[in-house]
Design a protein around this ligand. Structure first.
Ligand code: F6P
Length: 373
């Protein structure tokens, strides 16, 4: 019997998504003779049954294309915005899974997608996920596709920012994505030779950063590059942030959605404007001009790197192998040169953050980088 596969992309777009779709599709169709359809715009497209055939023509020429040919969204099956209301679309998704006679739904996404995928598995659907995000914060996989491309983009940006820093004797503060994990900022900061790297895992003391910058100035280098993760936070704010996290968790446990949402907004308010505030404080403390560059969505754009194309292709073909074996309910994790199917129960709800004793942290310190502590 020909197997039928449904594929969706969910969460933030990322380089490598189309390479992964191509890897799954070419292996499943060309090697195993399976039929593949794509759902538009993440889980919303499954709810609305908006599909496109992923035949060889649709898969041709997409290896190097950024973004996702299917479109994406952050809509969750159990909390789907419809006409100004928020509905549980799980049953509609199950119906359309069956209407399309699917043998499996493959979900390409980050942490939020892994959680949504587990819920659908628990409802009895055959699910496989692939770990996608530029943040590299999905648990139990060596790396996520999208990370390497964003690392290269952010590193090149830092390389270029050195010019204005030493020409104008300035502090250049560059904000790097990564949500609540510091992988991208730490990796690009090291690769780009940043003098200061601030990550969410190490709450910072502005005075410690200023001292490092003043010391550089005294040693004839009146300029510094500060790579700051968008989730980085000062020690003072970390205390307030932790209180907001506890408030959110308590409200969630009591299923008090409104209170949980309010706590989440409070959290995000702590991050909004952090980088601008930090730049202003450093200028006051060091008497060096400071300027801010926020890399934002540039880090998610354009063609995937060779590393991400290779990673996305091998995860995609490994996914097709698992479908052929009838192995479901797992994420296809990158493991060394190969892959490993990891049960969704072990992945969902966990975020991979930078361990304080990680080799990259040690390397940064040993080359004299200030980490804000
Ligand atoms: O998860 C990837 C990511 O780019 C994060 O680094 C960033 O915080 C977030 O997405 C931005 O989300 P959105 O694309 O919904 O604005």
């Amino acid at each position: 019997m020909t197997k039928h596969i449904g594929i969706l992309t969910s969460g933030g777009d990322s380089p490598g998504l189309n390479a992964a779709i191509r890897g799954i599709g070419k292996a499943a169709h060309g090697f195993f003779g399976m039929q593949i359809i794509g759902f538009r715009d993440g889980f919303r497209g499954v709810m609305e049954n908006r599909t496109i055939p992923l035949d060889p023509a649709a898969l041709s020429g997409i290896l190097t294309v950024g973004g996702t040919i299917l479109g994406t969204s952050r809509d969750r099956p159990d909390r789907m915005p419809v006409g100004g209301k928020v509905l549980d679309a799980t049953n509609a998704i199950i119906e359309n899974y069956e209407k399309n006679h699917l043998d499996v739904l493959v979900c390409l996404g980050g942490g939020g997608t892994q959680k949504a995928a587990l819920r659908l598995k628990e409802k009895g659907l055959n699910i496989i996920t692939l770990p996608k995000t530029i943040d590299n914060d999905v648990a139990l996989t060596d790396v996520t596709f999208g990370f390497d491309t964003a690392l290269g983009i952010a590193t090149e940006a830092i390389d270029r920012l050195h010019s204005t820093a030493h020409s104008h004797h300035r502090i250049v503060v560059v904000e790097i994505m990564g949500h609540r994990a510091g992988w991208l900022a730490l990796g690009a900061g090291i690769a780009g030779g940043a003098d200061v790297i601030l990550i969410p895992e190490i709450p910072y003391d502005v005075e410690s950063i200023a001292q490092a910058i003043r010391l550089r100035a005294r040693n004839g280098k009146p300029f510094s590059i500060v790579a700051v993760a968008e989730g980085a936070i000062s020690k003072a704010d970390a205390v307030i942030y932790q209180r907001a996290v506890e408030k959110k968790e308590k409200a969630k446990q009591k299923a008090q959605r409104k209170k949980a949402k309010a706590a989440l907004i409070e959290l995000d308010q702590h991050h909004a404007g952090n980088t601008l505030r930090l730049a202003r404080e450093l200028e006051e403390l060091t008497h060096l001009e400071s300027r801010v560059t926020i890399l934002g969505y540039v880090q998610r754009g354009g063609a995937p790197s060779a590393v991400d194309r290779l990673l996305a292709t091998r995860l995609g073909t490994a996914c097709a192998d698992l479908i052929d074996q009838g192995r479901f309910g797992v994420m296809v994790a990158a493991r060394g040169e190969g892959t490993e199917p990891v049960p969704l129960e072990k992945v969902a709800g966990k975020r991979k953050t930078v361990p304080l004793d990680h080799p990259w942290v040690k390397s940064a310190r040993h080359v004299g980088t200030n980490l804000g502590d």
